[in-house]
Design a protein around this ligand. Structure first.
Ligand SMILES: Cc1cc2nc3c(=O)[nH]c(=O)nc-3n(C[C@H](O)[C@H](O)[C@H](O)COP(=O)(O)OP(=O)(O)OC[C@H]3O[C@@H](n4cnc5c(N)ncnc54)[C@H](O)[C@@H]3O)c2cc1C
Length: 264
């Protein structure tokens, strides 16, 4: 690990004031600290967000749930409001990593990190969420830009994520057995805006699978999902799974997600 300076502000404004061009925010540390230990990431200053009370917590109104950036996966998975209003999101959070990762890791850290196999990005796209920062509101559809790349500008702080309440939704992932990241994960939802299908683990960045969305808009059934064969040309291929296998698994995971969502 390279040397760095550590700060722990007590407010958002202090965090922004302490942020320099070479600063990184520290949330649960579940991705950042590993990457610093391996010297893949170097930063002159870490600004720990753990002391900022108003970045934590879950609030629900009639038609949405808003989750503070520093809310842990465990808190989202255990939230009665999330379970009641968006059960698919509670399931997703409860299935991330292992108990230690869920106790430390946060929603803000997960989406800012934009790991290509992370689960939350699929929920952000699959539900059409909004990401609120200390500077603006970013639509989920335009938040993820590429491999570990988002629309965030240097020093921009995620404050919370607002998800529309939606029952008819589900997330199913084919797990990498060691880490439990998604080899392929599919989030399906059907709401007033239509059908959304978001896929993680299969490309450099989470994406919406339009052929599946079109098929499911006509027939919201597992059979309709299974009948879609996605092209494998630009799908990830590595020692865990070939591109052809991942492409086939997208339809299989989508079919399983539809089977769950349709009963909600
Ligand atoms: C063994 C293991 C298994 C895992 N399995 C899964 C899994 O199955 N599914 C899954 O989705 N994830 C998985 N993860 C990742 C986990 O979900 C992490 O919690 C997540 O990637 C990062 O969240 P964090 O709070 O730890 O962020 P950190 O590691 O602290 O930060 C990550 C990045 O986000 C930035 N950041 C943090 N908060 C903010 C903010 N509010 N505003 C702007 N930038 C911010 C940081 O500067 C850093 O660049 C796993 C991790 C481990 C170690």
């Amino acid at each position: 690990m390279y040397e760095f300076e550590y700060r722990r502000p007590a407010s958002r404004s202090a965090a922004a004031a302490q942020s320099t061009a070479d600063t990184r925010y520290l949330a649960g540390g579940q991705s950042l600290v590993q990457s610093m230990k391996l010297r893949l990431t170097q930063s002159e200053r870490l600004v720990d967000l753990g002391g900022i009370a108003d970045l934590q917590g879950i609030t629900a109104d009639r038609d949405s749930v808003t989750i503070g950036a520093m809310t842990t996966h465990a808190a989202v998975g255990a939230s009665a409001d999330v379970r009641r209003m968006i059960p698919a999101l509670a399931d997703l959070a409860g299935g991330i990593g292992d108990p230690m990762v869920r106790t430390m890791g946060t929603i803000g850290g997960s989406i800012a990190n934009a790991d290509p196999a992370a689960c939350y990005p699929a929920a952000v796209l699959g539900l059409g969420a909004q990401v609120r920062t200390d500077r603006r509101t970013i639509e989920g559809d335009s938040f993820f830009k590429g491999l570990f790349e988002t629309a965030l500008e240097p020093g921009e702080l995620i404050v919370d994520v607002r998800f529309p309440a939606l029952h008819r939704a589900a997330y199913v992932k084919h797990k990498q057995p060691a880490s439990r990241f998604a080899l392929v994960g599919v989030f399906v939802s059907r709401g007033p805006g239509g059908v959304r299908v978001a896929v993680t683990g299969a490309k450099s960045c989470v994406f919406r699978a339009k052929p599946l969305e079109e098929a499911l808009a006509t027939s919201f059934t597992p059979e309709a999902a299974k009948a879609i064969r996605l092209r494998a040309d630009d799908i990830n291929s590595d020692l865990h799974a070939s591109a052809d296998y991942r492409a086939a698994m997208i339809s299989v995971m989508a079919a399983r997600a539809v089977a769950i969502a349709a009963t909600r």
